[in-house]
Design a protein around this ligand. Structure first.
Ligand code: BES
Ligand code: MN
Ligand code: ZN
Length: 469
C-alpha cells in the first residue's frame, strides 16, 4: 500500500485567538488572522509564500467531549482542504494549546480522515505524511493515538474489501498477521474440526456456501493482568450476507460485504490492547462464513443443533449472524470462564432504523455495572451507544413448537430479540453492540467514511482502559 508522495508541505498552527502575536506572522497576516478570529471561524488559510493553516481553539465549547469532537471534525476539514491543495506532508504545531487531549483529538481527526480505500482504483490517492511539534508529554501520548488510529484504519480496510478479496479463510489469515509481534496468540479451527466440535450454527449458515467457514481465537494474556477472568469479544464475521434462501431483494444486498465488521472491530480492539500493552486479559472469537445459497443451503423449518446442544428451528435464513455468534458465545461459556462477553455485530436492520448512523444499539444482561462507564466512554470518543431493554417478555418471540428455540422473532424490536437469542448462550455478564448502520457510510461525515468507519473501536479501547473490570 505504498502511496506516491507529493512534495508540498503545509504547516498547521493550533492557536488561541486571544494570544496571536507570538508566531512571527507579518502585520498583514496578523490582521487577517485577527479578523477571522473575530468572525469566530474555526480556522483560516495563509497561502503565501507557503501554505499555512491557522486553527483557532474552540474556547466557547465548555463541555470536554463536545469540544474534542469539534476539534476532530475541524481536523478532518483542514485535511480535506490540504488534500485539494495537493499537500504531501502536514506539520502540526501544537505547542500553543494547553490541554494535551485537545491536541491529540486534532491528530486523531487527521489520522482517521487520512484513510482512503483506493485498492481497486487505477489512479491511487496520494499519501499524506502527518507530524506533530509538541511537548514531550504530548508526544508520549501521541504513540497511543497513532496505534489506535492505525488499527481503526486497518479495520476499515478489511470492511471495505469486497467479498471476493476477503472470504472466511481470508479473515482468519488477517487475524494471524503480525499477531505474535505484539504478543497475541492465534488459533484457528478447520471446517472438519468445527463439524466435530458441533458448531452447528456456523455449520448451518455455511452449508449453502462453496467456501469453507473459519473460526479464530485471538488471545492477549499479559503476565500480570488486572482482570482474573478474560473479557471475551465475539465478532460477527459474515464476509457476505446474501440472506441465504431468504435472499435479500432490492438493494438490501448492496453493502453486505460489511457484514464482518463486528469481527474486524473485535480483532482491532485486541490488537490495540496488545500494542498498548494494557494489563488486560482479552480474547476475540471470530466465527466467519458467507451466507450464500446453493443446493445445500439451509431452508426454513430446518432444525439445527448448536455447540451447546440447544436445538434451533430456522424460520428465516437471513437471521444468520446470531447463529454464528451463539456458537462462539457458547464456546466462551464452556471453555473460557469469561468475566464479560461482548458481542459486536452488524446484526439487525432494526438497530440501524432506530439510531441511523449516529450510535450503537446496545443491550446488556447482568452487565449493568459497566453501563455508566460505557456511556461515558461513548461521549468521550463520540462513539455513542443507546441501551435498549432486555426484558424477559421478549423471549416469548423465540419460542418454538418443534425445537428449543426459533432463530427469529416476528420483527418488532428486532435488535432486542436478536440480542436475546445470542444472550441465551451465556450465563456470564453479557454486553451486545449492534453496529448495523454505523459501520459504513455512503457519504463522508468529517473523519468518518465514505465507506467503513471502524465505529466502536475507540469506544471499546477507552472502556477497557478506564473502567474497572
Ligand atoms: N446483516 C444483516 C443486518 C444488517 C442490515 C446489517 C442492514 C447492516 C445493515 C442481518 O444478517 C440481517 O439480515 N438481519 C435481518 C434479520 C431479520 C431476518 C430477522 C434484518 O435485520 O432484516
Ligand atoms: Mn442476514
Ligand atoms: Zn447478516
Amino acid at each position: 500500500m505504498e502511496k506516491k508522495k507529493l512534495q508540498k508541505t503545509a504547516a498547521v498552527h493550533l492557536v488561541c485567538a486571544q494570544k496571536l502575536n507570538s508566531k512571527g506572522w507579518s502585520a498583514e497576516e496578523s490582521h487577517y488572522i485577527g479578523e477571522k478570529a473575530g468572525q469566530e471561524a474555526d480556522y483560516c488559510i495563509l497561502p503565501y509564500p507557503r501554505l499555512r493553516v491557522v486553527v483557532f481553539y474552540p474556547q466557547k465549547i465548555e463541555d470536554e467531549a463536545a469540544r474534542l469532537e469539534k476539534i476532530r471534525r475541524v481536523a478532518a476539514e483542514v485535511l480535506s482542504v490540504l488534500r485539494k491543495e495537493k499537500t504531501g506532508a502536514v506539520e502540526v504545531d501544537g505547542t500553543a494549546w494547553r490541554n494535551e487531549e485537545d491536541v491529540l483529538a486534532f491528530m486523531e481527526g487527521l489520522y482517521l480522515s487520512s484513510y482512503v480505500f483506493d485498492e481497486f482504483k487505477t489512479e491511487k490517492a496520494s499519501g499524506v505524511e502527518i507530524s506533530l511539534k509538541a511537548n514531550p508529554a504530548v508526544h508520549k501520548k501521541l504513540a497511543r493515538t497513532q496505534i489506535l488510529c492505525h488499527e481503526v484504519n486497518r479495520c476499515k480496510y478489511l470492511v471495505d474489501l469486497p467479498f471476493t478479496a476477503l472470504n472466511a479463510s481470508g479473515l482468519a489469515k488477517w487475524a494471524k498477521k503480525d499477531a505474535s509481534k505484539s504478543g497475541i496468540s492465534v488459533k484457528s479451527w478447520t471446517k472438519a474440526e468445527l463439524e466435530k466440535m458441533g458448531m452447528g450454527g456456523l455449520w448451518g449458515v455455511n452449508k449453502g456456501s462453496v467456501d469453507a467457514p473459519s473460526f479464530t481465537m485471538m488471545e492477549y494474556w499479559p503476565a500480570k493482568p488486572k482482570n482474573k477472568k478474560p473479557v471475551v469479544l465475539v465478532g460477527k464475521g459474515v464476509v457476505f450476507d446474501a440472506g441465504g434462501m431468504n435472499i435479500k431483494t432490492g438493494n438490501y444486498m448492496e453493502d453486505m460485504k460489511t457484514d464482518m465488521a463486528g469481527a474486524a472491530l473485535a480483532m482491532a480492539v485486541v490488537r490495540t490492547v496488545a500494542q498498548l500493552k494494557l494489563p488486560l486479559h482479552v480474547v476475540a472469537l471470530l466465527p466467519s462464513t458467507d451466507n450464500r445459497l446453493n443446493g445445500n443451503a439451509l431452508v426454513c423449518g430446518d432444525i439445527i443443533k448448536m455447540y451447546d446442544g440447544t436445538t434451533v428451528e430456522i424460520t428465516n435464513t437471513d437471521a444468520e449472524g446470531r447463529l454464528l455468534l451463539a456458537d462462539a458465545v457458547a464456546y466462551a461459556q464452556k471453555n473460557l470462564n469469561p468475566a464479560l462477553v461482548v458481542s459486536m455485530a452488524t446484526l439487525t436492520g432494526a438497530a440501524s432504523r432506530a439510531l441511523g448512523s449516529e450510535g450503537i444499539a446496545a443491550m446488556q444482561e447482568k452487565a449493568d455495572r459497566y453501563v455508566p462507564c460505557l456511556l461515558q466512554a461513548g461521549e468521550y470518543t463520540h462513539e455513542r451507544l443507546c441501551f435498549f431493554p432486555m426484558w424477559k417478555e421478549y423471549e416469548k418471540e423465540l419460542e418454538s413448537e418443534v425445537a428449543d428455540m426459533k432463530n427469529c422473532g416476528k420483527g418488532a424490536a428486532g435488535m432486542i430479540t436478536a440480542a436475546k437469542f445470542v444472550g441465551h448462550f451465556t450465563q456470564a455478564p453479557f454486553l451486545h453492540l449492534d453496529v448495523a448502520g454505523v459501520e459504513f457510510l455512503h457519504k463522508r461525515d468529517a473523519y468518518r467514511g465514505p465507506g467503513a468507519t471502524g465505529f466502536g473501536i475507540r469506544l471499546m479501547v477507552r472502556f477497557l482502559e478506564n473502567c474497572a473490570l
